[in-house]
Design a protein around this ligand. Sequence first.
Ligand SMILES: Cc1cc2nc3c(=O)[nH]c(=O)nc-3n(C[C@H](O)[C@H](O)[C@H](O)COP(=O)(O)OP(=O)(O)OC[C@H]3O[C@@H](n4cnc5c(N)ncnc54)[C@H](O)[C@@H]3O)c2cc1C
Length: 430
Amino acid sequence: MKIGVVGAGVSGLRVAQLLEEQGHEVSVFEARDRIGGRVYTTDLGKGAEYEAGGEWLDADHHRCRALVEQYCGELESADQEPALAFYNGEMRDTADLWPEAAEDEERFELSARALARQLELPVWKNVEFAKYDSLNLDSFLRQNCQSEQGQWWLRANLRSDEGDDIERIGLLGWLGGYVHYINRENLNRGESEMSAFRVPGGFSGLLAKMRDSLRGQVFLGCPLQKVVQDADGVELQFADSAERFDRVVLTLPPPCAERVVFEPALPVARRCALEACGMSRAIKIVWRFSQAWWRDRGFCGRLHCDGPLHQLWEGTRGTEPILTAYICGDRAVEWTRLGDPVSAGLYEIAQMFPEAPAFFVHGEIHDWINDPYSLGAFSHHAPGFALDHAGNIGTAEGRIHFAGEHTATWVGFIEGALESAERVAAEIGH
Ligand SMILES: Cc1cc2nc3c(=O)[nH]c(=O)nc-3n(C[C@H](O)[C@H](O)[C@H](O)COP(=O)(O)OP(=O)(O)OC[C@H]3O[C@@H](n4cnc5c(N)ncnc54)[C@H](O)[C@@H]3O)c2cc1C
């Protein structure tokens, strides 16, 4: 069959590979002038490389690990310790948290595990747990945390995982993701940690190799405008061209898919699912320094703080030291509205580490919230989404198939984007 794939991110390139392996003739169309989508290894000049989008791999991201090992060699494990927590003016090593925060964390995890163990995937099958779908993650946190420090610490970590304020995250959808975490119990300690690995040479290198493995062409600078389906095929219409296919695979993030015209119109349930799908509001600000002053200070660069920067880690992927701030939710939106977020962020760093500005060279902000081809960082299940909409977002409409992290059980992850590619390749078959 002749198949058109729209989007050259992780899911688009992977589904194109799998469909070619199945013997199909595949073309990929991408709106941007680069491949990779929300995976983007870039630089601040002179070897100062970093990941502007997806960055971390967990031990149990088996699909992604296999591709990295096939194309890029051994995974790199990142220095996770010593890491710091800065709260109420007090700096602590995360290995030595406030005892009440550590207790809260344990209680929270035990409760989450107990609930997640009762669930099955995909998450929309769990109709008997409707009460959890109407709650948000914040209410679950409040139920399980008794101390002020514990609430802050857990909220900071959960907001980082979810990419948004946890009042926006539905409890059932979140527990569906937690099912994957409890499967980690069998992994060795250390290996089971989150955000433990990165791709040697950067994620964009992996995607470039995936693209190079394709027989078909990847067309850049082609924003999809309209999809016309009839009994015999599907036409994809772009600004200056149109092409007909036997089947098409759309990997656009939900808010981008909403901007495409479908003829005939998509069914109401699908349109509601696209509209209701939450897109997390996360941004990165990066600073290049002439020297990794945080290492001299005896910490690995990882820090959660109660100030406006939320979270820092060392983002160095090349030869020059980079510090990355990862900011989520309402705060992230505020940062995108500042005239000079790089200087404002450096000021915030200096409040905790007065020596930092002396080593500053250059910085950049990556605003995924307003990026026209993502309109958010990654998807999440808002309250009510898991049972009312999640089951409608990935199913095929005739000859139109839907992939992308938002259609997977690993919602929000690169692993999810790969999972969705496998599902669609199996749907289309040989
Ligand atoms: C700041 C940030 C941090 C993250 N951190 C992690 C992490 O540490 N670990 C992890 O696993 N995941 C992380 N993620 C999420 C991960 O990057 C995504 O889940 C994954 O890259 C999504 O892949 P995808 O193929 O589903 O979507 P995308 O990569 O968005 O691919 C869709 C493609 O469609 C294109 N497109 C959009 N509209 C059109 C149109 N009209 N016509 C044609 N093409 C169009 C886009 O340009 C894009 O290339 C992060 C994401 C961000 C933004």
